[in-house]
Each structure stands twice: as C-alpha cells, then as structure tokens.
Ligand binder design. Structure first.
Ligand code: MN
Length: 188
C-alpha cells in the first residue's frame, strides 16, 4: 500500500503563484485519486510488493496501461511536489549551475528553452530536466510518461502541465504558469 507523501509546506504557502484552492484540488483530489486507484489495482497482484519505480517499469513493459498510468502519475506528482519551493525560487548549486551553463549556454537561456518545451507539450503532460551521461536536457512527456519508463536519465526537476495544475489560477494561460514556476516556485 502506498501512502500520500506529506508536504513540507502549507497548501497556502505557494500563493499567489499557486493558490491554496489549486493545491488542495491537485494534492487532495487528483494525486490522491491516482494513489487510491493504484493501491486498488495492485492489491493481490504481482505488483503488490514492488517499489513504485519497479511497478512503473514492469507495467510499462507489459502494457498494463491502468497500472502504469496510475503508478507513473503518483511518481510524477511526488516529484513535482519536490520541485516546488515555498520560499521563492531556489537557485541551483554552483556545481549544477556549471552543468546548466555547459548544456544550455546560460541560466537565462535554460529558462527560455524550458518554457518553450513546456509550452509546446500538446495536451496533458510534463516537462522535465534530466541528466544522462553528465549532460542535462529538457524533455516534455505526454500524459503519464516519465523519465523512468522512457529511460531518459535521472530527473532533476519537473513541472506538471496538465490543465488541472494551473487552470483555476491561470485558465488557458499555460505560459504565465510556467513563468511563475520558473521565477518563483522552482526548487532544484
Ligand atoms: Mn497533476
């Protein structure tokens, strides 16, 4: 049985960039539903005693779509909660900054490329910074897909660009939500 990850901040803590209402729906309804559904699906199955990452890989390989979608969405949301700061955007460490500059030219250019990629994800999905063989890249994935199932490398941060992540606060303005996250909420 998987349990909801406890947050280390209050649901109001990300205002005005992410409202308590958005956060409460996102965490208490969307994320909780994926988690409850996953627990229900794996009960009594071969997946029951696996770690979450193993479930993602095994269900993806087998084409068990319902298990895969719910398991990946639980992992993705927990990764996203960890990519949020309640104290303003957190700067990357100097070691990480060096890698960002080596991969994207500058931190400003990284933000520009990240925004384009996240904005360009057609429909529901995610945008990630991943590290593979010492090189960073920005990858957008559809629906529940993530760097584990697609073998894209180690995820460093992500943003959820499903409409439920921003619609109450930004309506159709995904670009404004991405700007807010990059400027005020991003935690490396
Ligand atoms: Mn979400």
């Amino acid at each position: 049985m998987f349990e909801m990850k406890k947050l280390n901040f209050d649901t109001k803590a990300l205002e005005p960039y992410m409202s308590a209402q958005t956060f409460e729906f996102h965490y208490g309804k969307h994320y909780k539903t994926y988690l409850d559904k996953l627990n229900e699906l794996i009960l009594g199955s071969d997946y029951e005693h696996m770690e979450l990452e193993e479930i993602i890989k095994a269900s993806y390989a087998k084409g068990d779509k319902a298990v895969y979608n719910n398991a990946a969405q639980v992992w993705n949301h927990e990764f996203f909660w960890n990519s949020l700061s309640d104290r303003g955007a957190v700067e990357p460490s100097s070691e990480l900054l060096n890698k960002i500059v080596a991969s994207f030219g500058s931190y400003d250019n990284f933000k520009k490329e990240f925004k384009q990629k996240a904005l360009g994800q057609f429909g529901s999905g995610w945008c990630w910074v991943v590290e593979k063989d010492g090189k960073l890249s920005i990858v957008a994935t559809s629906n529940a897909d993530n760097p584990i199932s697609l073998d894209l490398g180690k995820a460093l941060v992500c943003i959820d660009v499903w409409e439920h992540a921003y619609y109450l606060d930004y309506q159709n303005r995904r670009a404004d939500f991405i700007d807010s996250w990059l400027a005020h909420l991003l935690k490396w």
